[in-house]
Design a protein around this ligand. Structure first.
Ligand code: GLN
Length: 492
């Protein structure tokens, strides 16, 4: 039999149903894998006892014929989701010692569906980054390496710990959050499926806020079917989040294999950015060909404001972050560095508690919101955001799905992408547009680079039409037949 930690979620649910193994056995296999893969630094907090308690309760439910959608499945949770009584750090020093007295809605939904929590995964501080190099808890290592070269590579960010854990078979799936690409980019770097749902599809309640108008939770898994299963459990209306949509949650697994015959695929010409590596361009064309072969129609579309997306995002996201992060003042949560006065306590706490990238974003955010600059930067960015959303609205009058690369490169080594923050921001060139427009985006592993690293393709859909991008993603998955696995798995 396949090692239990090699199974997909869908495969494990079938095995649990047949009684081939118990959730306790499945969970124990993942706890072992989590211990063996500790050098990756994917987890900030491991919660094996909690996982085993949940698994035992799941086995009892299954015996009683009351198993839920994800019953008995051990998963990992990005350490940006508040989990009751379990440390929640957001990858920052400033939340040291913070144990939330409540559970985020998305994780509560997952536990209600029967999933078990293996632990909390590492991330860029406050989800700001594309490499996991900004975590106070140290960098995460990608389980993949270039062919014949064992230099450590980044797993992407900010949900890099979640991506590394799932790629290394230490968790069956994981939650991520995506403000500008933080689910899709690490999924692409680690050979995984990553889904950013429509804004409002999953509740943001209990997730540490980065940029509230852009943040969305979503699943990271090894196959499309598993992402569909996890999303079905995670999504839904929540009266505690006024931006969560009061819409029914479909069974995303149903219809997954219906194929793409007649589907109209848009290929945006503006995404053919200068300097796009030839192998990524080739894979993108191959992706179009796969869908056409399966019966879809492809056409070129134009999203003319694409070139403004990165500057727009890097004004709006820091502006919202500067406001959201004002609450970390040494009084209410986590770290406190005392001073002679209250102002000095604030200053010392924030100086010691935040890392360089977070401070950079707070400074940019307060600058673009300040009187005198507000109109020149923040207001202009808001106007551009509307134009970017309008580009997509027009495109979706003609096509059902938009296909693009997920990232402009494969995983890189620390230091290779240069220490210049602007070049790090370029990683998000294909993903931030989707957050700005509030649309769903799915990254699916589609091939390997010449160096043997995974590359993803992104499918963008109409608002609340996750079902169609999942169906198209399933078609790509089938055509790509991506079976490669990370080489750095000598531990199994
Ligand atoms: N890399 C982007 C940033 O640094 C996106 C982060 C995210 O999606 N959380 O802001």
């Amino acid at each position: 039999m396949t090692a239990l930690n090699e199974l997909t979620i869908a495969g494990a649910l079938a095995g649990l149903d047949k009684g081939d193994f118990t959730s306790v056995e499945l969970t124990e296999a993942h706890i072992r894998a989590m211990e063996l893969t500790r050098p990756l630094n994917a987890f900030i907090t491991e919660t094996p006892e909690k996982a085993l308690t949940q698994a035992a309760a799941s086995d009892a439910r299954r015996r009683a014929g009351r198993a839920g959608l994800l019953d008995g499945i051990p998963i990992a949770v990005k350490d940006l989701f508040c989990t009751e009584g379990v440390p929640t750090t957001a990858g920052s020093h400033i939340l040291d010692g913070f144990k939330p007295p409540y559970e985020s809605t998305v994780t509560a939904n997952l536990w209600r569906a029967g999933a078990a929590m293996l632990g909390k995964t590492n991330l860029d501080e406050f989800a700001m980054g594309s490499s996991n190099l900004t975590s106070y808890h140290g960098p995460v290592e990608n389980p993949w390496h270039r062919k014949g070269d064992n230099r450590k590579l980044v797993p992407g960010g900010s949900s890099g710990g979640s991506a590394a854990a799932v790629a290394a078979r230490a968790a069956m799936g994981a939650t991520g959050t995506d403000t500008g690409g933080s689910i899709r980019q690490p999924a692409s770097f680690c050979g995984l499926v990553g889904l950013k749902p429509t804004y409002g599809r999953c509740s943001r309640w209990g997730i540490v806020a980065f940029a509230s108008s852009l943040d969305q939770a979503g699943p990271m898994t090894r196959i499309v079917e598993d992402a569909a299963l996890m999303l079905t459990a995670m999504a839904g209306h929540d009266p505690k989040d006024s931006t969560s949509a009061d819409l029914p949650v479909p069974d995303y697994r149903a219809g997954l294999d219906a194929g793409v015959r007649g589907l109209k695929i848009g290929v945006p010409k503006e995404y053919r950015v200068p300097g796009l590596p030839a192998e990524i361009d080739r894979l993108w064309r191959e992706g179009v060909a796969w869908l056409v072969e399966a019966g879809a129609e492809a056409r070129e579309i134009s999203l003319p404001h694409t070139k403004y997306a990165l500057p727009t995002y890097y004004i709006i996201a820091p502006a919202e972050a500067s406001s959201n992060l004002a609450r970390y003042d040494g009084v209410r949560f986590g770290l406190r560095v005392p001073g002679q006065s209250l102002d000095e306590l604030y200053e010392r706490t924030r100086a010691a508690g935040f890392g360089a990238e977070v401070k950079r974003r707070i400074l940019i955010g307060t600058y673009v919101l300040s009187a005198g600059y507000y109109d020149a930067y923040y207001k202009k960015a808001q106007s551009l955001r509307t134009l970017i959303a309008r580009d997509f609205a027009r495109a979706f009058e003609e096509v059902d799905v938009v296909l693009t690369p997920s990232t402009p490169s494969a995983a890189f080594a620390a230091g290779e992408a240069s220490d210049d923050p602007v070049s790090m921001y370029l990683n998000d060139v294909f993903t931030v547009t989707v957050n700005l427009a509030g649309l769903p985006g799915l990254s699916v592993p589609a091939g390997l680079s010449a160096d043997g690293l995974p590359l993803g393709l992104q499918l963008i859909g109409r608002a609340f039409d996750e079902a169609t991008i999942l169906r198209a993603g399933r078609a790509i998955e089938r055509a790509a037949a991506f079976t490669a696995r990370p080489d750095g798995m000598a531990w199994f």
